[in-house]
Design a protein around this ligand. Structure first.
Ligand SMILES: NC(=O)c1ccc[n+]([C@@H]2O[C@H](COP(=O)([O-])OP(=O)(O)OC[C@H]3O[C@@H](n4cnc5c(N)ncnc54)[C@H](OP(=O)(O)O)[C@@H]3O)[C@@H](O)[C@H]2O)c1
Length: 255
């Protein structure tokens, strides 16, 4: 049985672990290591807490999920054999990862939080992996959602759209929902309507051959109320506001 080890058990590791558990991986096949929260996670989720080296020795897949600036301090004391290593460390290049781990069986990834419900998007870049590890990586990402092979210079834009994007979508849902509340709906009803509208529209686009623009035009008949709303969004420079937000996200430096 494949054993999945996580070094670092913060927000991203927890999201991935939730996704693995939901996909049917047994809690006892998930190993965790971190100075403070790993043992709590073992108590609550039934995963196993180990020292980092014991975790590496026991795992087929080791996920590096601590903060990017901790890389060399943590890996200096560790020895990797030929396990598959998956890094989620934002801003750390494949060559930096290979140097720090003394391994080429490593994949640089950037997952988004939707991995927690098996609907994640995972960008990845790797060198030539051994065949069993390439297979393991495919199985790992399939459990969590969808993966996309990108060049490393595309990670920043991927991060802005897919990594930060969920927050932008939540903000949009909140604004839609608030408009409902302002017009007499209860918070619960308004939030449900806004959430399901975004969810259904995204599913409609994902399952259609039409472009987003074509579907937009289908909903908005000329001279109709939706067209009036879209014209207002254009007048308020909605597209520019989104582009500016993406630019600000891309220009922000990682700590
Ligand atoms: N959050 C996201 O949406 C997201 C998206 C893409 C990529 N990432 C990447 O994911 C990584 C983790 O981010 P996060 O948001 O999950 O951060 P976080 O919630 O702050 O978690 C950091 C984790 O690192 C652990 N840690 C600290 N020192 C350690 C050590 N010496 N050995 C092992 N673990 C140690 C902490 O352990 P304790 O809990 O025991 O203190 C904590 O569990 C980062 O590299 C980030 O770039 C995050």
């Amino acid at each position: 049985m494949t054993k999945y080890g996580f070094i670092g058990t913060g927000n991203m590791a927890k999201a991935m672990i939730q996704g693995l558990l939901k996909s049917g991986v047994q809690a006892t096949d998930i190993l965790v290591s971190s100075p403070r929260s790993a043992s709590k996670l073992a108590d609550t989720w039934g995963v196993l807490a180990l020292s980092p080296q014991a975790l590496i020795d026991e795992s087929n897949v080791v996920v590096l999920a601590f903060l990017p600036n901790q890389l060399t301090r943590i890996t200096n004391e560790l020895h990797f054999d030929q396990q598959l290593i998956i890094s989620v460390l934002a801003g750390i290049s494949l060559s930096e990862l290979q140097e720090a781990t003394h391994s080429t069986e490593i994949v640089r990834t950037l997952p988004n939080v939707n991995v927690a419900i098996n609907q994640g998007l995972i960008a990845f870049a790797s060198g030539q992996l051994m065949a069993p590890n390439a297979q393991l990586f495919g199985q790992f990402t399939e459990k969590l959602g969808e993966s996309t092979d990108l060049s490393e210079d595309q990670f920043t834009i991927f991060s802005a759209i897919a990594g930060s994007g969920p927050a932008f979508v939540f903000k949009y849902i909140k604004a839609l929902s608030q408009a409902g509340i302002n017009n007499g709906l209860s918070e619960e009803v308004a939030t449900n309507i806004a959430t399901k509208t975004v969810l259904g529209s995204a599913m409609m686009l994902a399952s259609s051959d039409a472009t987003a623009q074509e579907l937009e035009d289908k909903v908005a008949s000329p001279g109709g109320s939706t067209r009036a709303g879209l014209d207002d969004l254009d007048a308020e420079n909605f597209d520019d506001a989104v582009k500016h937000a993406i630019k600000a996200t891309m220009q922000h430096k990682h700590l």
